[in-house]
Design a protein around this ligand. Sequence first.
Ligand code: ZN
Length: 350
Amino acid sequence: MTSLLTGRRDFLAGIAAVISNPAAGAAKTIAQTVLGPLDASQLGFTLPHEHLAEGAYYLRKWPRDWGGRAEFVARTVEKLQVVRAAGIGTIVDLTTYDVFRDIGFLEEISRKSGLHMIAATGQRFFPPNVAGVTMPARTIEGLAVFFTREIREGIDGTAIKAGVIKIGIIAGKPTPLEETGLRAGARASKATGAPIRIHTHAADRAGENLASILESEGIDPARVSFDHSDDSGEMDYFLGLVKRGYSLGMDHVHRGLRPEFKPAFERRSECIRQLCDAGFAGKIFLSQDVEFGGSLLPEGVKEWRDTIDPPDGLLFTSRKLIPHLEHNGVTGRDIRTMTVENPRRFFTLA
Ligand SMILES: [Zn+2]
């Protein structure tokens, strides 16, 4: 009873503070896009885990298939305009410095397509696995400074700023260097207010191991999403994490359409439905983890990428997954929560 009364007093005190100082109540809701700060209410339907910024890698690797960068950009923009026309408002690009991120390309295709885009700092592989790429630092403090600089000052000498931190953890438990990166990500998040999305190996319940590290850094779980979570199919794993306050990125659902990927599509979508039924739509993100450049590959080399990218590319979620979820009873309200409200809250710099 005492705590209830105290809580009510705090609540009333908060209201009084807002009334006496309206500016304090008008919470800032700014997301940081590649074209600059944007009121997060303008993000709209958001895909929170995709890859487009590595496009220049494909251009470099198969230069003769395009007439040069201009034609490559034009073809990309043409495809993205279809995505925008289908109702997608924002794409969050989780391509970090160590895997061919071309920030100028991302800015250009955002500007020309009209799609909002949020770029990522962070790191995909610890250590980097691309020849010639070295880490800017190998300590928690050094990496945190690098991530923070990409959020506050800009990326690769430009004024284009990251709006999210991506950290890649390959297996169920992080290696020592991955743990260094994770802690650096947590510290950069606390310093800048940018959220963190983590590549997780959900089949080994990685989120549980990472959560305790994040909590030892004092991170608010509401600022963290464990991506590729649907590679697990275990409701107790999901419920444990959402009850602790973490979000789950369900972005490999399409992979379950192919027999070599477990769990199957049906199980993945069923888990999303059950989480919504249990009242946790506010903790779910839907995306596809597409490497968009793959859709631009010359015909002869497209095959491999086609095995893991969804049949509808960036539109799989809206064309296939959402109708399927609705058919199985997920409400329109929960769909909106997952695709519009959660990204608006999550990508607001806290
Ligand atoms: Zn990814």
